[in-house]
Write a protein that binds this ligand. Structure first.
Ligand code: FAD
Ligand code: SF4
Ligand code: SF4
Length: 461
């Protein structure tokens, strides 16, 4: 059958959206969704499903949309993911489900992410999370961290009848979904709805409690919890170790985005303002870098540049975010690495960089890079935001006897999330290092099943 091409996602005008924090993608309406769903070939071998880390029945939910059964589509999705409205928006689909789509061989893959978002948003607009009547099975489990991994584990356990308390260090649940990914990409109302659904399952969320400081893991056991799941993420920013990183005007993307998203620093009257640079350089090429750069633009910067040591092809950020950043006027200095942050009276005045060249691919297929000698140049900037990666925070492992970590501070756990400390499971970024929402959720779900097996011999149906 001749392909009519992918139905484009309606977007806000770049000239308007670069001035505010409202969501950029407007979402499909019913007609657009039915047209896009009709492109699915219902392949018998379902290659797209193999590309999804949680194995969603993709042709199944898309077929429901094509038939006009949006509730059925949402029900199908809900069997595999607790956060379809989130995954539809932020999954790196082009490297996962959509990369395997047969339609992509000769043309564009089916817009699986856009359709997932459509089904979840449509359901959410019509329904409020209802209180679920689940009998308590007599067991209590504590979850550390209210990010996607903790939320997923808690939801799964609550559905099995466990009494679950989630302890969150910050004053709001959601993890990176709340404090990292900006409103223009993932509206906080969407995250709140997902958290509300969790509470309706009977999960208690206790904010402003840092496990390892306020209470220890061993004290949780003394309080009667029989298992602990750690989903504490990887929120410790890395720096480059180049001269000038101590200057005023150098920030980590994590702090910058937390101030903007969680503390509302974009508001003029915010009690926790953030530096509003005029010429901003963001070092890094991932989603975090794109989010920081696009936030800086919305906070009034005249010029914002991404500085990345490899090329455009190698940018690890989601393709959609790169496209949107380009449309909004973010400049890309690729094949370029910072050597020094230049200062004047304690404040940033520029960035000294060197041009890079790509080499041959290594065993993993990733191309190496090297400096081009004599190509140093200066870039005048007043703010530098570092977005070169994060590691797990060492606080919790240091304060928890028996919890072992590797050389990069990641908690060591088996494939089900069981750590080397008895009755303690871990998953998400705390175990893998900075990764993706869907992988963190998958780990939470797998650990919940294993916890149930350990506490009750897996009797829960
Ligand atoms: P987190 O989301 O980090 O949640 C951990 C939670 O634990 C936090 O709320 C933290 O406050 C809490 N916590 C930590 N220590 C303690 C403690 N001792 N006691 C109590 N609570 C504690 N992934 C994608 O798939 N797509 C994207 O587009 C994308 N964009 C991103 C943009 C940004 C800016 C960032 C930072 C990340 C992005 N990611 C993206 C990655 C993704 O968000 C993470 O992989 C995912 O959130 C990991 O989930 P998690 O639950 O393991 O950890
Ligand atoms: Fe694709 Fe992510 Fe949805 Fe899986 S969860 S189908 S990878 S968008
Ligand atoms: Fe549909 Fe693409 Fe999956 Fe085939 S591979 S079933 S066309 S989404």
């Amino acid at each position: 059958m001749k392909d009519s091409g992918r139905v484009p996602m309606p977007l806000r005008d770049p000239a308007l959206r670069r001035g505010d924090f409202q969501e950029v993608s407007l979402g499909y309406g019913p007609q657009e969704a039915r047209r896009e769903a009709a492109r699915c070939l219902k392949c018998k071998n379902r290659p797209c499903v193999d590309g999804c880390p949680v194995g969603i029945d993709i042709p199944g939910f898309i077929a429901r949309i094509a038939e006009g059964d949006d509730d059925g589509a949402f029900e199908t999705l809900s069997r595999y993911t607790a956060l379809p409205a989130v995954c539809g928006r932020v999954c790196p689909q082009e490297k996962q489900c959509e990369q395997r789509c047969v339609r992509g061989i000769k043309g564009e893959p089916v817009a699986i992410g856009h359709l997932e978002r459509y089904a979840a948003d449509t359901w959410q607009r019509k329904n409020y999370p209802a209180a679920a009547e689940i009998g308590w099975n007599g067991h209590r489990v504590a979850v550390v961290g209210a990010g996607p991994s903790g939320i997923s584990a808690a939801g799964e356990l609550a559905r099995m009848g466990y009494q679950v308390t989630v302890f969150e260090a910050l004053h709001a649940p959601g993890g990176v979904l709340t404090y990292g990914i900006p409103e223009f990409r993932l509206p906080k109302a969407v995250v709140r709805r997902e958290v509300e659904a969790l509470e309706k399952l009977g999960v208690e969320i206790a904010c402003n409690i840092v496990i390892g400081r306020t209470i220890t893991v061993d004290e949780l056991f003394e309080d009667g919890y029989e298992a602990v799941y750690i989903g504490s993420g990887a929120g410790l920013p890395r720096f480059m170790g180049i001269p000038g990183e101590g200057l005023n005007g150098v920030l980590s993307a994590n702090e910058y985005l937390t101030r903007v998203n969680l503390m509302g620093a974009w508001r003029e009257d915010s009690a926790t303002p953030v530096l509003r640079g005029h010429r901003v350089a963001v070092v890094g090429g991932g989603n975090v870098a794109m989010d920081a750069a696009r936030s800086a633009l919305r906070l009034g910067a005249q010029e914002v540049a991404i500085v990345y040591r490899r090329g455009m092809e190698e940018l690890p950020a989601r393709l959609e975010e790169v496209r949107h950043a380009e449309e909004e006027g973010i400049r890309f200095h690729t094949l370029c690495a910072p050597l020094e942050i230049l200062g004047d009276k304690g404040w940033v005045r520029g960035l000294r960089c060197v041009r890079m060249q790509l080499g041959e691919p290594d065993e993993s297929g990733r191309r190496g890079f090297s400096r081009i000698e004599g190509s140093e140049f200066e870039m005048p900037v007043d703010t530098v935001i570092m977005a070169i990666g994060t590691d797990p925070n060492p606080l919790l492992p240091r304060r928890t006897q028996g919890l072992e970590t590797d050389s990069r501070g990641r908690i060591i756990a088996d494939e089900n999330g069981l750590t080397r400390k008895g009755r303690v499971w871990a998953g998400g970024d705390a175990v893998t290092g900075a990764a993706t929402v869907i992988l963190a959720m998958g780990a939470g779900k797998a650990a919940a099943v294993d916890i149930d097996r350990a506490l009750q011999g897996g009797k829960t149906p």
